[in-house]
Design a protein around this ligand. Structure first.
Ligand code: HEC
Ligand code: HEC
Ligand code: HEC
Length: 120
């Protein structure tokens, strides 16, 4: 009789603990998801902001920083100075840097010396 009562109590106890563990596990899963979503949002937010404003090209000669926003402002918002048609991604490489970027700098008194663009 006494042991029967005891085992009912411990069964209830066990069930209660099991339920709690399940709840914690579910919570953990939810938190993990939430943290992942937040990280993703933070990452997307940061990459959108930097892609539009400032781009840094890592380079053995010294990194080049292209301030897209400052250029837009300096050129009076005239996108067609650099973009043909609908503005989109431009592949910036050595040729582009030393021909297109530099050519306009020559015309408009922008920086043309190596370490004006390449910063160590
Ligand atoms: C001085 C030249 C210059 C001017 C002026 C300019 N852009 Fe750009 N733009 C670039 C370059 C270079 C890139 C490529 C940057 C990179 O390497 O990601 C670019 C990239 C872009 C992209 C693609 C961004 C991406 O990462 O996919 C968009 C959109 C864009 N420009 C819009 C504009 C608009 C709108 C204007 C006018 C208000 C403008 N640009 C004016 C040079 C210019
Ligand atoms: C259509 C003209 C034009 C093009 C194309 C252009 N620039 Fe410029 N850039 C300018 C002008 C104008 C200045 C500012 C000169 C001043 O005000 O002192 C400038 C300034 C700069 C500066 C000095 C820092 C700053 O932001 O004032 C850097 C670095 C630079 N440009 C990098 C680049 C790179 C890299 C590219 C190519 C991906 C590029 N530019 C393409 C016109 C241009
Ligand atoms: C108007 C800005 C500008 C000037 C001025 C400039 N460069 Fe560059 N340079 C660039 C850009 C942009 C790239 C391409 C970066 C990339 O591909 O990531 C580049 C690429 C290079 C590379 C290729 C390195 C590599 O890792 O691929 C060398 C080397 C180089 N430049 C040397 C020079 C030298 C030397 C001078 C001076 C005579 C000079 N540059 C002047 C913008 C400039």
């Amino acid at each position: 009789m006494l042991s029967g009562q005891f085992s009912v109590i411990s069964l209830v106890n066990e069930l209660w603990q099991f339920r709690q563990e399940q709840t914690i596990r579910k919570w953990r899963k939810k938190m993990k998801k939430l943290v992942l979503i937040m990280l993703l949002l933070a990452f997307v937010g940061v990459s959108v902001a930097t892609a539009a404003d400032v781009v840094v090209y890592e380079n053995s000669k010294g990194n080049i920083t292209f301030d897209h926003k400052a250029h837009q402002e300096k050129l009076g918002g005239d996108c067609s100075k650099c973009h043909q048609g609908e503005p989109a991604k431009i592949e910036v490489n050595k040729d582009y840097g030393h021909n297109v970027c530099k050519a306009c700098h020559k015309d408009m008194n922008g920086p043309t010396k190596c370490n004006d663009c390449h910063k160590k």
